[in-house]
Design a protein around this ligand. Structure first.
Ligand code: T68
Length: 839
């Protein structure tokens, strides 16, 4: 055991003074005040909310560290297989509220803070979001970390410690403006490990020679070295002592003699410049979602992070002194999209160049170790890197990739001798000018399982981008793991009153660990008191959002109106343009009505939010149109409360926690076949909102779970998309008159200079309407009419909402992680040691 390795007298001394986690209000206060007075050097007389946040966070950090150390020791000694989740993005949001809830000490802290003169909510709001991600992919990684810890899996996350997270969005005169997000001023949640460093090489050349035993050896040398420094973030599980680790790498100049010489020979400035160039690698998160732009610095980020993580994983494995063939029994590595694909040739390189394994033996270890998750079929999002760039930056890896490809193509040739064209189609190297490395193919070939993130998506990858590979490897290499969300953050934390109401009926909070228990709520669908409380909670959440909108946009919205929300990254495939055209249609309809007719209408608030990639001009145009429409509609006396249109600035995780619980209807309206899964759809339904959506991504499974009668589906199906696109080019189009009326209003300049929006309209009218907005428009607005009617019948509406919540158990990320563990990783949970205590 751990203890037995330490001599008795020392053990006794350690145990006597070892830290204990606090469990009461008084103990919390003692810890918080100590930190405020010592760590932060403040006092009763100058403790503002920022300092109170600091003291609270540090008190919780200390508490988590005790369990964290214990967990790491426990996992090391248990020596079970571990999971490593490699993701270039972890969209964590705020940590304090989550930490308080997961260690179940929020009540102590709330009472303690009240004693000290502070309100919990104000303290929580002091924290900045850790926004190291773009959208769904990054937030999925964060939900997975929460589930891995909550389910006691021995697991680590590996990522990059960006100095700048996703930009902060400001709306100025209706346009998006990006502000850098420098978030590390005060980050109590990370532990710099200046002793955990890895030297990472770039550029250089490969020298080959034959050694004494006659073996070909490759040495990658004369490159430039950058140092990776580890920063560790504790990830507390819910209601368990298990506290896992998220290791983020930061880049700095290698402290070699070279710099020292430069420094001494008076080249101070160029030595500082080297320093800064090295630090650039982990400086900034690329702000594109579902788009790859082939920038050299991005490839550098990817290799830097993969190489540091693999070095760390291999170092840990080697301490166990096991044979290399045991590696896949000790290590499972999951690739979150193709961003970490370089980990595949990197492990092969370590095994053959450094550890001296034969190619085949090494490759078999590699394939057993990796699993690859695909998150998109959009062609513009599939990663490709130019061969010349690769050759320059990572010459040895390019050779290894060519060798992987050679072995693979020989295998294909043997098995499909008649299909010569297949070789070109499936080659990792695309024979273009310049040649390109297709990362998704490399990820697939180097992994033992490939999964999509919702059923439709997992089917689509098998019939489109990976069709040939299904023939080559057979269907069993491909599987589906439908995405999920953590109910801790997305129910308990974001909607505490709903969580409490559910707990009161289900006899406690067990549903937060087993979300399928929600099914028992169906017994309360007709319970008057329950329904009333459920509605009151929704209303209170809408009041909270209305206040946020008033404070930030200056627009008053009526909380009794139907809140219709679309918040997600702005992208043509997600079709915020369809939504805003629908809003314009509604506005024009209201304008054309008599005052008597208007009285029969259901009041609406259309709420938009989301960031556009800074270089995505069309997405920025959509934001501009939403704001331009809002400026007109919100100030039109004819309209009043019947319609408001607002754009919530700077949508992020902490804003989502306010917005999601306040929706009546949310929009998940991507062109069928384009949204791999979607995860906010799950969040909205879990919080008692209904959704309008296309038959796409996880909407389909949500429908299956909650029932067709509880969702508003519309639009064309994915199997018809190809033909519809084709038709736009080969037949003359008569647009739906209602959509035509919307376009006419824009062209007349009713929302400002029409020229600003012409590209958006022309994309549909003249350039083939790739996202099929015109094809789905009628069905979309007809469905909104149904929604208006349904909302008027509040009794049946509430029944739909409650029934839906009760049937959402499937969409917990806990279910999802258990599926990965069983089907892909072959790992078991490790029961935590009972008591959190030092060595
Ligand atoms: C999203 N992908 C999918 N990508 O769009 C969404 N891409 O359907 C799915 O639910 C979610 O992943 C989780 O599976 C993204 O969010 C990116 O953010 C991204 C970032 C960089 C490069 C490419």
């Amino acid at each position: 055991s751990v203890e037995a390795s330490i001599p008795e007298p020392q053990r006794a001394a350690w145990q006597k003074f070892s830290a204990e986690p606090f469990n009461t209000k008084e103990q919390f206060e003692q810890e918080a005040v100590r930190h405020i007075e010592t760590t932060l050097a403040r006092s009763l007389y100058n403790c503002d909310e920022g300092a109170a946040y600091g003291g609270t966070a540090l008190a919780f950090r200390d508490r988590m560290v005790i369990d964290w150390n214990r967990t790491q020791q426990n996992q090391t000694f248990a020596d079970q297989k571990r999971v490593y989740y490699l993701s270039l993005e972890f969209l964590m949001g705020r940590a304090l509220d989550n930490a308080m809830l997961n260690v179940q000490q929020k009540d102590s802290a709330k009472a303690g803070l009240a004693d000290l003169g502070f309100r919990m909510e104000d303290i929580i709001n002091q924290e900045r979001d850790a926004a190291l991600g773009n959208g769904g992919l990054g937030r999925l990684a964060a939900c997975f970390l929460d589930s891995l810890a909550s389910l006691n899996y021995p697991a680590w996350g590996y990522g990059l410690r960006y100095r700048y997270g996703i930009f902060k969005q400001e709306i100025i005169d209706g346009y998006q403006v990006e502000i850098p997000d420098y978030w590390l001023d005060f980050n109590p949640w990370e532990f710099p490990r200046h002793d955990v460093t890895v030297d990472i090489q770039f550029f250089g050349n490969v020298r080959k020679y034959v050694d004494d035993s006659g073996k070909q050896v490759s040495v990658w040398e004369n490159g430039e070295i950058v140092q990776a420094v580890a920063y560790d973030v504790p990830i507390p599980g819910y209601a368990t002592p298990t506290t896992n680790n998220l290791r983020l790498w930061s880049s700095k100049a290698a402290s070699g003699e070279f710099d020292f010489q430069k420094f001494n020979s008076g080249e101070y400035e160029s030595s500082v410049a080297d320093q800064q160039r090295a630090e650039t690698i982990s400086a900034v998160l690329y702000p594109n979602d579902n788009l790859e732009r082939g920038k050299e610095l991005r490839l550098k980020q990817q290799y830097f992070w993969c190489a540091a993580s693999l070095f760390d994983i291999v170092r840990r494995f080697k301490k166990s002194k096991k044979a290399w063939k045991e590696f896949p029994n000790a290590v499972a590595i999951q690739l979150n999209d193709t961003h970490p694909t370089l980990a595949i040739p990197e492990l092969q390189r370590i095994l053959i160049d450094q550890e001296g394994l034969e190619w085949d033996e090494a490759w078999s270890i590699v394939q057993k170790t990796f699993g690859y998750t695909n998150h998109t079929v959009l062609p513009e999002a599939l990663e490709k890197w130019s061969v010349p760039l690769f050759q320059h930056l990572l010459p040895r890896h390019l050779q290894i990739i060519y060798d992987i490809n050679l072995h693979f193509l020989q295998y294909v040739e043997r098995n499909f001798p008649k299909d010569r064209e297949m070789l070109g189609r499936v080659s990792i190297i695309e024979e273009s000018q310049p040649k390109m490395v297709r990362m998704a193919y490399l990820a697939l070939i180097g992994s033992h399982k490939v999964n999509g993130v919702a059923e439709l998506h997992s089917d689509l990858i098998k019939t489109t981008i990976f069709k040939d590979f299904v023939k080559i490897y057979g269907p069993d290499k491909f599987t589906n793991v439908t995405n999920g969300i953590t109910p801790r953050r997305w129910l308990h934390q974001a909607n505490p009153r709903l969580s409490e109401l559910i707990a009161s009926k289900l006899g406690g909070y067990d549903f937060l660990k087993d979300l399928t228990l929600l099914h028992k709520l169906e017994n309360y669908v007709d319970d008057k008191a329950f329904r009333k409380e459920f509605q009151e909670i929704k209303f209170a959440n809408k009041v909270r959002l209305a206040k946020h909108i008033k404070d930030t946009n200056g627009v008053s919205v009526n909380p009794a109106a139907l809140f219709d929300i679309q918040v997600k990254r702005i992208h043509e495939y997600k079709r915020q343009q369809l939504n805003i055209f629908g809003v314009i249609h509604r506005y024009l309809t209201i304008k054309s009505m008599s005052p008597e007719e208007r009285k029969k209408l259901a009041p609406r608030v259309s709420i938009f939010g989301g960031k556009a990639a800074p270089g995505y001009w069309m997405a920025k145009t959509i934001i501009h149109l939403v704001n331009a429409v809002g400026a007109v509609v919100n100030n039109d006396k004819d309209v009043g409360d019947l319609l408001k249109c607002v754009f919530v600035e700077d949508y992020n995780v902490s804003k989502a926690e306010i917005i999601v619980p306040a929706s009546d209807i949310s929009e998940h309206i991507s062109t069928a076949g384009t949204e791999a899964s979607g995860t906010s759809n799950m969040k909205f339904v879990l919080n008692g909102g209904l959704i309008i959506g296309t038959c796409d991504g996880a909407n389909i499974e949500i429908t299956r779970e909650i029932g067709e009668e509880n969702i508003f589906l519309f639009g064309n199906l994915s199997e018809d998309v190809e033909d519809l696109r084709h038709a736009h080019f080969y037949s003359k189009f008569e647009f739906d008159p209602q959509l035509q009326r919307v376009f006419d209003a824009i062209k007349e300049g009713r929302f400002g200079d029409a020229g600003q929006f012409s590209a958006l309209v022309n994309g549909i009218v003249e350039h083939g309407d790739y996202y099929l907005v015109s094809d789905d428009f009628k069905s979309y607005i007809d469905t909104h009419t149904l929604i208006d009617e349904a909302y008027k019948d509040q009794e049946s509406w509430v029944s739909k909402c409650i029934t839906s919540v009760a049937r959402m158990g499937f969409f917990s990320s806990d279910r999802c992680i258990d599926e990965y563990a069983e089907m892909i990783w072959n790992v078991e949970p490790l029961s935590p040691t009972k008591k959190a205590k030092g060595v």
